[in-house]
Structures are given as structure tokens and as C-alpha cells.
Ligand binder design. Structure first.
Ligand code: ATP
Length: 218
């Protein structure tokens, strides 16, 4: 079994310390490198204020000095809609059939998992790591259609190293009350995002003049 690969996607408009702390904790818990993938936003959804290149640049700046966290721009390079299943298939083809691949998703996103494009195929390509906040109250909401499978698929973190794909585990991560939406609003109000984002990202936001105007309402 080769070295485990974990992926963690998001809009990262901009990347902030909440994202980076989660990625670091995934990396430590799995003893793995984590690829962070900025996602294109479908045309029918409100568009990020920063361009794809700016979101990638901020991610790269934020990851400087983090040896085990990497920016992966593959979804931004793809033409047309970007589905997680396609990204996982592409990565699987690159790393080979044997290496464990772990797809990290927030507990909120997991609640809608059965509506994702070809979600069944995702289990053939990767393990799922569901990120929760510590504490008994934040239980995973298992989608109805997954309940039957849950018993079969559910495992502990160590299981993710023992096979290439197909298991579900959960990881309680440190909750930081930071959101990209709040950061954009704060900058639009003329305030300083420092200490919510890495220093270099705060400098970049200022230099590029990002987020000075709030997004128009939908
Ligand atoms: P927005 O406010 O624009 O919706 P966001 O801060 O939630 O953005 P995303 O880029 O959409 O950031 O999030 C990427 C992933 O990071 C998602 O799985 C999301 O649940 C998770 N995430 C976002 N903020 C935090 C945080 N403070 N702590 C832990 N996870 C977070």
C-alpha cells in the first residue's frame, strides 16, 4: 500500500486560518500530505469575488512553509462543470489503484452527499473522511439512502491506510469561527483581515485591492 493522499476542496475566497487549521489537522491525523483544491463555481451560483488565479495565489501564499499541505489547481484548469467524482478519477489514475485516496468533506456537505453527481462511484475511487467539530452534539447526519451502507463502510482512521477506497471515517477538528463571507464583508467595510488569514494573504488582499466592494445580492 503506497503513501496515502488526502484532498480538501473549497472556494477559498479567500483561504483563511479555519481552512488551514483543518488541513493541518487532517495531515497530522492521517500522517499524510493534503492537497487543497480551489473549486470553480458553477455559472448559476454567485461567483467568487476574487478570480480563480487570485484564489490560487492566496492559497499558495497561505501554504508557504507548510511542508505537507499543497495547492492543487486541477479543478480550475478543467473546462466545463467540475464534479468531485471526475477529480477523484483523475487523481486515482495518477496515483494508481493501490494507494489510499481520502476525500475530506465537512459534515454539512456530507448530509447532501447522495445528491452529488455519481456519488456511488466516489466510494470506488476514495475513502470519505467526514470533518466534524469536537463534542457529542455535532453528530453526523447520515443521508437516508446511505444508512444501510453506513454499517459496512464505517471505520476508524487507521482503516483508511489499509485499503485504497470505500470506507468512511470521521475526524473531529478544531472549530475556528472564521468564514470567508465574514472576511469579505469586513474588508468591504474598510477593516483589516489580519489574524483571520495568514499574514501574506492579508498583504495580498490589500495590494490587489480585493473585496473592497461587497458582492451584489443575488
Ligand atoms: P464562504 O463563507 O464563502 O461560504 P467558507 O469560509 O465556508 O466560505 P469554503 O471555501 O466554502 O469556505 O470552505 C471550504 C471547506 O472548508 C468547506 O468544507 C467548509 O466547511 C470548510 N470550512 C470553512 N470554514 C471553516 C472553519 N472556520 N473551520 C473549519 N472548516 C471550515
Amino acid at each position: 500500500m503506497g503513501k496515502l493522499t488526502a484532498i480538501f476542496g473549497g472556494t477559498f475566497d479567500p483561504v483563511h486560518l479555519g481552512h488551514l487549521r483543518v488541513a493541518l489537522e487532517i495531515s497530522e491525523a492521517l500522517d499524510a500530505d493534503v492537497r487543497m483544491l480551489p473549486a470553480p463555481v458553477p455559472p448559476h451560483r454567485p461567483q467568487p469575488l476574487a478570480s480563480p488565479q487570485q484564489r490560487l495565489t492566496m492559497l499558495e501564499l497561505g501554504l508557504r512553509g507548510c511542508a505537507r499541505l499543497h495547492a492543487d489547481a486541477r479543478e480550475l484548469r478543467r473546462a466545463g462543470p467540475s464534479y468531485s467524482v471526475d477529480t477523484l478519477a483523475e487523481l486515482r489514475a495518477e496515483i494508481g489503484a493501490e494507494v489510499p485516496l481520502v476525500f475530506c468533506v465537512g459534515a454539512d456537505a456530507f448530509a447532501g452527499f447522495v445528491h452529488w453527481h455519481r456519488h456511488e462511484r466516489i466510494f470506488e475511487l476514495a475513502h470519505l473522511l467526514i470533518l466534524t467539530r469536537p463534542g457529542a452534539k455535532d453528530r453526523i447526519a447520515w443521508p437516508e439512502a446511505l444508512r444501510a451502507q453506513a454499517v459496512r463502510r464505517r471505520g476508524v482512521l487507521g482503516d483508511l491506510h489499509a485499503s485504497a477506497a470505500g470506507r468512511i471515517a470521521e475526524l473531529a477538528v478544531t472549530p475556528l469561527s472564521i468564514s470567508a463571507t465574514a472576511i469579505r464583508a469586513l474588508v468591504a467595510a474598510g477593516r483589516d483581515p489580519r489574524f483571520l488569514v495568514p499574514e501574506a494573504v492579508a498583504d495580498y488582499i490589500a495590494e490587489a485591492g480585493l473585496y473592497r466592494v461587497e458582492a451584489p445580492a443575488d
